[in-house]
Design a protein around this ligand. Structure first.
Ligand code: NAG
Ligand code: NAG
Ligand code: NAG
Ligand code: NAG
Length: 350
């Protein structure tokens, strides 16, 4: 059975809005469509405003990238107490702070934009780019990413132009913070980089053989991004291991809170504020609480009733779910299924 879990029906968009400087500083998020975002950028200058005013094709891809990030955030956080809901009254509060959740959302949004813009480039969308035409530079650089294959081969015509995606993600997200060095901004910029690194550091070289019966007379290789699910998984791991940081002595940097902890690298997520528990509803924190959330009573993990219900306990329910059953194959070539109702036992938090 194929469950379609998170398909945003509406074109919702989470974007930083340039309404007032203080909103910027706080990193507030708004849920809106790209047109709405750009309306607010009407009186602004700079690279982000330029994209808004002059590059509708690119803006459209950026919007898709943000939607992709949202969907992935909800998948990765589906069993967490804060489930990456895009309801404004929650996400807005979360993005005003500087917790691990804030860091994850910033990283995945930067990754989503990079990914979508790069992909659009490869597909030949007219957004001011071409695919990556690399020269083979074998034996010149010792460390290339991704590592180059052995033997004789050529670059395929069109590799994924990750550099373009990174550049546009920076133009849209980072550029406006260039002159700021307060703690939240430093943390945000760091997490944007970490998000993009989760793609860039994991590009693959994929090769194909050509020639009679796979004889490989000619081998061509191309650069490919990981899937967005892989990127999401990687960032979720970084989220689990995120480092708490405090302001550095120079006022231009941060350092790990514990002296014994090694400084976070470019791929690591950082945060400066502890997260709320998200156990009880609290509108000031954007928390809905976990009452009524579905949990797993045999798991000890974050989806387990113990953690998800914050020790309040849970109760079992029977839930009727519809599944495809009794599928038959009809010549040719359709599959017909009946819809059956099955009773599933679920638990929800008290
Ligand atoms: C944004 O505005 C343009 C031009 O007015 C329109 O064609 C487009 O459909 C709008 N997009 C959305 C998502 O509303
Ligand atoms: C997130 O959790 C809330 C309850 O806290 C629930 O109403 C909502 O449907 C969940 N959203 C997603 C996307 O899972
Ligand atoms: C609940 O957790 C257990 C142990 O982790 C797992 O084997 C099981 O598949 C989970 N059940 C559901 C419905 O996800
Ligand atoms: C499956 O299909 C057959 C043939 O149409 C039907 O006789 C049978 O009752 C169906 N079974 C279920 C469980 O729907």
């Amino acid at each position: 059975m194929h469950a379609v879990l998170f398909v945003p029906a509406v074109y919702l968009l989470l974007l930083l809005t340039p309404f007032t400087t203080s909103w910027w500083a706080a990193g507030s998020f708004l849920v809106m469509d790209p047109n709405q975002t750009c309306k607010r950028a009407r009186w602004q200058r700079g690279k982000m405003a330029d994209i808004c005013h002059n590059k509708p094709g690119l803006l459209n891809q950026i919007a898709k990238g943000v939607a992709l990030a949202q969907t992935e955030c909800q998948y990765q956080f589906r069993y967490r107490r804060w489930n990456c809901t895009t309801l404004r009254r929650s996400i807005k509060k979360v993005m005003l702070r500087d917790t691990r959740e804030t860091g994850f959302v910033n990283a995945i949004v930067a990754a989503g934009i990079t990914f979508q813009v790069t992909r659009a480039c490869t597909k030949g969308e007219q957004i001011g780019c071409s695919c990556s035409k690399r020269k083979k530079k074998r034996n010149k650089k010792k460390h290339t990413n991704p590592p180059l294959p052995e033997g004789d081969w050529e670059w395929d015509g069109c590799g994924e132009n990750i550099e373009f995606g990174i550049k546009k993600s920076k133009d849209f997200l980072d550029n406006r913070y260039k002159k700021r060095s307060d703690m939240k901004t430093l943390v945000k910029l760091h997490n944007y980089v970490a998000g993009r690194m989760a793609i860039k550091n994991h590009m693959r070289t994929v090769c194909k053989c050509h020639g009679l019966s796979g004889s490989c007379t000619l081998k061509t290789c191309t650069r490919k991004m990981p899937t967005f699910r892989e990127i999401g998984n990687r960032l979720k791991e970084r989220f689990d291991g995120a480092a708490k940081v405090i302001p550095g002595n120079d006022g231009q940097s941060f350092m790990p809170e514990g002296e014994t902890i090694k400084p976070p690298g470019r791929v690591d997520l950082v945060y400066s504020e502890e997260s709320p528990t998200f156990c009880e509803p609290d509108s000031a924190l954007g928390s809905f609480g976990t009452k009524g959330r579905v949990c797993n009573d045999t798991s000890q993990g974050e989806e387990g009733c113990g953690i998800l219900c914050c020790g309040r306990g849970h109760k079992p329910h029977n839930e009727e779910v519809k599944v495809n059953c009794n599928c038959t194959f009809k010549y040719c070539c359709e599959v017909h299924c009946d819809v059956c109702k099955v009773v599933k036992k679920i638990n929800t938090c008290e």
